[in-house]
Design a protein around this ligand. Structure first.
Ligand SMILES: NC(=O)c1ccc[n+]([C@@H]2O[C@H](COP(=O)([O-])OP(=O)(O)OC[C@H]3O[C@@H](n4cnc5c(N)ncnc54)[C@H](O)[C@@H]3O)[C@@H](O)[C@H]2O)c1
Ligand SMILES: [Zn+2]
Length: 350
């Protein structure tokens, strides 16, 4: 059997879902971009397995991730006669899976849901770990629940319609996961950059399964983010400051995190934890993936003042000190609790 044939297939979603829940109405949540390419095969697969799929097509983008969208979904669930056993299916990127998972977590105090992520970020990050939620005007992901999907189907073929920029966006989180938890994943990425960028099915499948397994392992050891799970925030203190300082939009999350990864390694070196070779190596792999490694590489350059303001407000900060995820090497993270915003700002490559 060839690698391509072993892949998880969207066409099998109905059969797979019927292994977890009995046939009946299913609310299929997706967005307009994804619906264009991937809704029809999913709907047929569900129907063939005896389900009654009802699609709800959201406007693409982060702006849909609100309570008012979720309220509309509750209306749809009521309308299709969804009960405690009826599943929700999220077909799309992280925005769709976060909303679908949150609707499933809260409808009748929790119904099963299945994630069919169609972005690389969704496959390696958003659909794994059980976090669901929506944004408020006051901030991102402020309302949410932990509610894991009964199944995740990551079909690499769905990535064929994703923009290359969004593919690279997901690869930044892959590199992060490799750096904090999985040297094997990190090496797999380094040895097959071209395969990944051209979406070679077996390269994507390996990287998705290694990333998802590494994240699952970390989350399992620390479901509620008390300790270990924090290592997944490598590069994110800086990344969030960049996103906030550029007004959430022009710089994608993974792009901001890529600059944050280089920053984290530089912070580690400044504290005598890592060697200069690690910085060079991490920068090389990010550059080979077409990811930014300094502020000057970003579509919009954030000001130091704006980033400083956001670093000072970081939710990981305690009495003026920041918890920083650092690295002593690949696969060996170290959390320090005495970071400062100035220290971080100094380390961000211009
Ligand atoms: N719950 C978690 O643990 C977790 C983790 C990481 C990120 N997230 C969330 O994920 C979201 C970001 O996810 P994202 O980067 O996937 O963004 P997204 O869902 O907005 O998708 C990016 C863009 O790609 C389009 N798209 C998606 N799949 C496509 C496909 N196969 N073909 C063509 N177009 C496609 C979408 O319509 C959208 O325009 C954020 O809201 C973030 O908070 C959640
Ligand atoms: Zn992230």
């Amino acid at each position: 059997v060839s690698a391509a044939e072993q892949r998880e297939r969207l066409e099998d979603a109905g059969r797979i879902l019927s292994g977890s829940v009995s046939p009946g109405p299913v609310l299929v949540i997706t967005d307009a971009n994804v619906a264009l390419h991937w809704l029809a095969p999913l709907v047929s697969s569900l129907a063939e397995a005896g389900f009654e799929p009802s699609p709800e097509i959201l406007e693409p983008g982060e702006a849909s991730k609100t309570l008012s969208t979720v309220e509309r979904l509750y209306g749809r669930l009521a309308g299709i006669g969804a009960d405690r056993g009826s599943p929700v299916l999220g077909l799309g990127g992280g925005v769709v899976t976060d909303i679908a998972g949150f609707a499933a977590a809260t409808w009748m105090r929790g119904i099963p849901w299945m994630a069919a992520p169609t972005t690389l970020l969704g496959m390696v990050d958003a659909a794994i770990g059980g976090k669901t939620g929506v944004n408020l005007p006051e901030g991102k992901n402020l309302v949410g629940a932990f509610h894991s999907p009964v199944r995740v189907i990551s079909d690499p073929v769905t990535l064929s319609t994703l923009s290359p920029r969004h593919v690279r966006n997901g690869l930044a989180e892959v590199v992060k996961t490799g750096l904090v938890r999985s040297p094997a994943l990190y090496e797999r990425v380094r040895e097959d950059v071209d395969g990944l960028l051209s979406l070679d099915s077996s390269a994507v499948r390996d990287v998705v399964s290694l990333s998802a397994a590494a994240k699952r392992e970390v989350v399992l050891l620390d479901e509620r983010e008390a300790g270990l799970r924090r290592i997944l925030n490598l590069g994110h203190t800086t990344g969030h400051a960049i996103e906030a300082a550029t007004g959430y939009g022009p710089v994608l999350h993974g792009e901001a995190v890529a600059v944050g990864l280089v920053t984290a390694v530089r912070l580690s070196i400044a504290r005598g934890l890592a060697t200069a070779e690690l910085e060079e190596e991490v920068r090389d792999v990010l550059v080979s993936l077409g990811l930014p490694v300094r502020l000057g590489d970003l579509a919009v350059r954030p000001t130091r003042e704006a980033m400083l303001g956001h670093l000072a407000l970081d939710k990981k900060s305690r009495n003026g000190r920041l918890a920083l995820v650092l690295l002593t090497g690949v696969g060996t993270p170290k959390i320090v609790e005495d970071g400062t915003a100035e220290e971080v700002l100094q380390a961000i490559p211009a």
